[in-house]
Design a protein around this ligand. Structure first.
Ligand code: SF4
Length: 133
């Protein structure tokens, strides 16, 4: 039996050891960091003073599969729903953002380049109605 290499969740909560994947820009889309930055206590203390970190940044941590409430039928339901809601999005936005986790990304491994067209529009734990996480 083939063992799956650990995958990375591209929309995790802020926690020590997570990777800072990107910053939410003023227009609501994600600006990706090309170099991974590991989150430490100092970052959580300093950056977390104002509002929920997940509404200002995107973080990545190990995908815990069935340990996550978004996991359904052996897949991540978040990106699946995003693509179902906007099936033509990739056709109009085919470019791949320069993110730092593509080789291990759960969404990319599951949905391919289509995931990368939707990914910049996901805000984790947002109170906004467009959030699916
Ligand atoms: S979906 Fe694509 S852009 Fe988003 S984190 Fe994964 S590989 Fe990067």
């Amino acid at each position: 039996m083939q063992t799956e290499v650990n995958k990375s969740c591209p929309s995790s909560v802020a926690q020590v050891g997570a990777i800072l994947l990107g910053v939410i820009n003023d227009n609501g889309s994600v600006g990706y960091l090309e170099t991974p930055v590991e989150i430490d206590e100092d970052f959580l203390t300093t950056a977390g003073e104002n509002a929920a970190l997940e509404r200002r940044f995107r973080f990545s941590s190990k995908c815990v599969k069935s340990g996550c409430e978004q996991w359904h039928d052996g897949k991540c339901g978040v990106i699946e729903r995003m693509i179902d809601l906007n099936p033509d999005w990739h056709e109009h936005n085919p470019s791949l953002p320069s993110c730092s986790i593509r080789p291990t990304c759960r969404w990319y491994s599951q949905e391919g380049a289509k995931a990368c067209s939707h990914c910049p529009h996901v805000v984790t734990n947002s109170l906004s109605p467009v959030s699916l996480v």
